[in-house]
Design a protein around this ligand. Structure first.
Ligand SMILES: *Cc1c(COP(=O)(O)O)cnc(C)c1O
Length: 218
């Protein structure tokens, strides 16, 4: 596939859902991708990228930022509290806010620094033990806690279980967002972004369908 194919599919999916394609941000997930592939996508004019590890983002993006204007970086992976300051320096959005301690750390650093990235609360819609995110039953309370800390929560994020129909999870996320008055929905990856758009995604996180398969680790 590639960037322009994905853009076309996003536009088609939005039209089919009676939505404006401009409502859907494409986050190109560049984790583990060779720099040359990332650079090619930058050369094509794309500027919104996602990384799931702060350390990798810190190694990769300052260099690209020297050469390309207007890069917007989204941290989409689990965030340790000792990486929060670095994440907030690097990124314009964090999609993995999922526990009170993390929320309080972000709030404290935001106070000190006078700015805060856009935040998404990650919801573990599949209630999977190994997965990050607040449980659906705890989401309303946690969102309220974030608001009491004056955090700029823009929406919710989920990663559906691999072996289940993702649409059920997207619909659940949309429902939790709606009852909390949140507009942002970060959902949909290479295999399911069209279904996510049908159910209201405002941010799709697409990696391998743009860049190709990630090289094996090692
Ligand atoms: C890797 C990753 C993606 C992108 O996955 P692809 O299947 O390559 O599109 C999206 N979201 C998160 C949180 C990821 O870690």
């Amino acid at each position: 596939m590639g960037l322009s194919d994905i853009r076309t599919k996003i536009a088609d999916a939005a039209r089919e859902a009676g939505r404006d394609a401009g409502e859907v941000s494409l986050i190109a997930v560049s984790k583990k991708q060779p720099d040359a592939r990332v650079e090619a996508v930058l050369e094509e004019g794309h500027r919104i990228f996602g990384e799931n590890r702060v350390q990798e983002a810190a190694a990769k993006w300052p260099g690209f930022r020297e050469r390309f204007e207007g890069i917007e970086l989204h941290i989409i992976g689990p965030l340790q509290t000792n990486k929060v300051r670095q994440a907030m320096e690097l990124a314009q959005a964090i999609h993995s806010v999922d526990r009170p301690k993390l929320a309080r750390t972000i709030a404290r650093i935001a106070q000190e620094e006078g700015h805060c990235p856009d935040l998404f609360v990650q919801v573990n819609t599949g209630e999977e033990e190994q997965k990050a995110g607040v449980l659906p039953d705890d989401a309303d309370g946690f969102i309220e806690e974030c608001r009491e800390l004056d955090l700029p929560v823009k929406g919710l994020m989920c990663i559906p279980p691999v072996d289940e129909e993702p649409s059920l999870h997207f619909a659940l996320l949309a429902k939790i967002a709606a009852r909390n008055g949140l507009k942002g929905l970060s959902m949909g990856m290479s295999g399911d972004f069209e279904r996510a758009i049908a159910l209201g995604a405002t941010h799709v996180r697409v990696g391998s369908a743009i860049f190709g398969e990630r090289p094996a680790e090692g």
